[in-house]
Structure formats: C-alpha cells, structure tokens
Design a binder for this molecule. Structure first.
Ligand code: UFG
Length: 328
C-alpha cells in the first residue's frame, strides 16, 4: 500500500517524502511544481499535475493502491492571503474539498493534514495548547482552520480519519545537505538572514521593535523540518494503529526573538548580516510558542534538533552549498 503526498516537492513535503522513503514506505508524489522542485524528490512515483483536477486524482487513486494521504499542497503566505483572499479559498479550501471527494470515492480513509499555528491568531496563553481558542487573524489561517473543520465533518459523515499538524516556524534542512528551503520570493526570516550572509541581499528588514517582548521584536518557536517530517510519519502510524482523528501542535516549546535569531546567525555564519528596523508586518502576533506535549505523549514524537543554533547551522549548510537553491 502506498502513501500519496500532495505538494511532496515543496519544502516540508520533500523532507517528509525523504523521511517516509527512508523508513521503507512506498510513496507517490503529486505536485504541480509551481513552488515545488522536481530535484527535491527521488526514488518515488511522481505525478506532475493539478490536485484540483479530479481527472488527475481519479487516475492516481485508480492506478495505485493508496492507503493514506499526506496533504501539503497549499498556498502559505500570510501577507499574500490578506492581499488576495480568494486565491487562498480557491487553492486551499476548494483543493482540499476536491481531494476529500476523491478520497471518499476511492475509499481512502486516512489523511495527515498540514495545518499551522496561524489558526490560533493572537494567542491567549503561552505556550499555546491545542485546546486553546482558534481565531485566525488572516485568510491563510482561516482557510487552514476551515479545512480542519471540513476534515472533522468528513470523519463523522464518511469515516475519513485525519490528523492535523499545526506547525510553528519550520526551518533547517536535511542533514545530508541534499534538500532544503527554496522559495521564490523568500519571505521567511531564517532563509532571508542567510541570503544576507551570502551577500545576496544588502541587509535584512526587521519588522518592528515595538512589540511587548523583552527586546521589542517578535518571538517565534523554530522547529526543524526533519522533526516535522518525523511527526508526519508518526501521525500516519497513529492513524493506522488507533484510527483516532486529532490535532497536534508541532514546535520546540522555546521562543526566540528576531534579534536573537539574527545574533545567532551572525555567530554561526561569521558574517555581519546588516539589519534595519522597519514597520511591523500586518498580522504578526507578538509571541507564538507551542506546547507540543500532546505530540510527544500520543505520537511518541521526539524532536532531535532542540537548539536554534543547530537549526540555523543546518539551514546554513544547505544555503552555502546551494546559493541558487535547486536552480543552483
Ligand atoms: N521577519 C522579519 N523580517 C523578515 C521576515 C520575517 O522581521 O524579513 C519576522 C516576522 O515579522 C516574524 C518572524 O520574523 O516575527 C518570523 O517570520 P516568518 O515569515 O519567518 O514566519 P511567520 O512567523 O510569519 O510564519 C510562520 C509560517 C506561516 C504561519 C505562521 C503562523 O511561515 O505559514 O508562522 O503565524 F502561518
């Protein structure tokens, strides 16, 4: 039986594919390669196509014996979602609805879904627990929460069991240095800092130093992409063993400010990384830190990269070796 990974050529998708194949799983990837990279996946059956096209998914489910789906394919930029919400409802919500329709038609009853800390919006407690209020502050978070709810009702109605994984800030790269983060344009803090270290940017912009945090910059919980990949593998196992739908946070439980990340990156890379303070970015909560006790206890999740230094160092290894990303 195989696992279908949608968006498997993307950043978190490709690291999860690598984790699954390393553990002997039979993996099929569907990706339209709009943001993903063909070079990021090896030794798997690959379908280049649009997940929203029912003919494509119908063919994949007919040609293969698929037991479970890991669904990454989505748009995931907060700012873009504010500027163009309909794109997000279309690419995220409608895509998920079509995928679930095909899964139901072909009697595929397990799905691991790529959700986000953005479902919480401005947190009421730190660290954030899965039972905390969900109140997204942008369309991106709204679409992910809408899909979580769609999954809940599909479980009730059709018996499709799901695990939604709410990622905090994914960072880092595969320890072999073979795959890593490569977005165009890049919007995430750590790769932007490393591009500045490589001289690809003159300086970085720090979005606000007037937040209610000790140094005034936003605090985030950075989690290594291989630790996220491990969680997807364990979530699939749990669905197989228990058939219990559920939601899990995935973070390290430690927060670092933007200033702290820049400081650590300067030490690790040995580069100056000039930075200037600019206005806040709309929709950025001051502090996002996860409680991942539930994933540790119920999934048996044991993140290996505890220190931010290790996470930045692993990203730096990839960026230094591949300054042009997969295009190189
Ligand atoms: N930041 C800067 N300058 C930059 C880029 C980012 O100061 O050039 C700051 C941001 O303001 C934020 C922190 O660095 O405080 C981290 O920003 P990222 O863009 O790397 O990540 P986000 O926290 O915005 O986003 C992540 C995921 C989203 C998810 C969100 C949940 O990438 O998919 O967490 O809030 F929705």
């Amino acid at each position: 039986m195989a696992i279908l990974v949608t968006g498997g050529a993307g950043y978190i998708g490709s690291h999860t594919v690598s984790e699954l194949t390393a553990h002997g799983e039979d993996v099929i990837v569907l990706d339209n390669l709009q943001k993903g990279h063909r070079q990021a996946i090896n030794n798997v059956v690959f379908y280049h196509g649009d997940i929203r096209d029912p003919q494509v998914t119908d063919r994949i489910f007919s040609e293969n014996r698929i037991d479970a789906v890991v669904h990454f394919a989505a748009d995931s930029l907060v700012g873009e979602s504010v500027a163009d919400p309909l794109k997000y409802y279309d690419n995220n919500v409608i895509t998920a609805q079509r995928l679930l329709t095909q899964m139901n038609k072909h009697h595929v009853k397990k799905i691991v879904f790529s959700s986000t800390a953005a479902v919480y919006g401005e947190p009421v407690n730190i660290p954030i627990k899965e039972t905390d209020r969900t109140l997204p502050t942008n369309p991106y978070g709204e679409t992910k929460l809408a899909i979580e709810k769609m999954l809940h009702y599909c479980d009730r109605a059709y018996g499709i069991k799901y695990i939604a994984l709410r990622y905090f800030n994914a960072a880092g790269a595969h320890p072999y240095g073979t795959i890593g983060e490569d977005h165009h344009p890049e919007s995430h803090l750590i790769p932007i800092i490393l591009q500045a270290a490589l001289g690809q940017r003159g300086e970085i912009a720090i979005y606000g130093n007037d937040y209610p945090t000790p140094d005034g910059t936003c605090i985030r919980d950075y989690i290594h992409v291989m630790d996220l990949a491990q969680a997807h593998r364990l979530a699939l196992q749990r669905l197989k063993n228990t058939e219990e739908s559920d939601v899990y946070n995935l973070g390290n439980g430690k927060g670092f400010s933007v200033f702290e990340v820049v400081k650590k990156a300067r030490a690790i890379t040995g580069h100056a990384i000039p930075a200037s303070i600019v206005a806040r970015r709309p929709g950025d909560p001051a502090v996002l830190v996860a409680s991942s006790e539930k994933a540790r206890t119920l999934l048996g999740w044991t993140p290996h990269y505890h220190e931010l230094d290790e996470i930045i160092a692993s990203a730096w290894k990839w960026h230094k070796a591949n300054p042009g990303g997969f295009g190189n």
